[in-house]
Design a protein around this ligand. Sequence first.
Ligand code: SAH
Length: 230
Amino acid sequence: MKQFWAGSSISKNKAMVEQLQRYGIIQSKKVAEAMESVDRALFAPDGSLAYEDSPMPIGFNATISAPHMHATCLQLLENNLQPGMHALDVGSGTGYLTACFAHLVGPQGRAIGVDHIPELVEMSIKNVEKSAAGPLLKDGSLALHVGDGREGWPEFAPYDAIHVGAAAPEIPKPLIDQLKPGGRLVIPVGNTFQELKVVDKNEDGSVKVCTETSVRYVPLTSREAQLRGY
Ligand code: SAH
């Protein structure tokens, strides 16, 4: 009997994107297209659960965020992820969101991921290589580095978009400094009680901070504290 496909990864990933659109979390074609192109199963530790809307442990006391959080952050940053722009993903973990950023800013742009766990960075590179963003890693417009993301990544600053995938006790100053005028930073702030903050830098260098929603992320901390279990 002929069978052209059976619950292929690609069709399940598309179904996940359609659900996010139905719930109004994905509102734009561009975000839908980026999440359709970058197959989440290549980044999730357990492929069979890859499309469920929940965070999943990835080792080293870290998690891959739930699809609705990835979609929310992509929506918030969409205007700052146009072709040719510079994006920084702090706490890049699996590399999923960095790959989506790279897809949006394209070969003329820069998408930089930074995580302080070398094993996770190594794993994220392998994930990206398998994904639709693989060629962007090869040509250097996407890069994943080991470092303390609280310091940002000055090499490609200033950034149009900065995303932080871990909750900071307060907004790290280097990240604000590395934001371009007109740039936007999306960062969870707090300890047990956390809020997703949107920081917009005005043309005169001043910043405006808004609260988007309450969230639950792992902390943005030192490598030692994270490996100790905080
Ligand atoms: N966006 C990622 C989230 C991973 S969880 C994903 O969905 O895959 C948060 C990540 O932040 C972890 O990988 C953790 O190692 C990293 N992290 C925490 N504190 C950090 C710091 N000071 N510098 C860099 N990375 C940090």
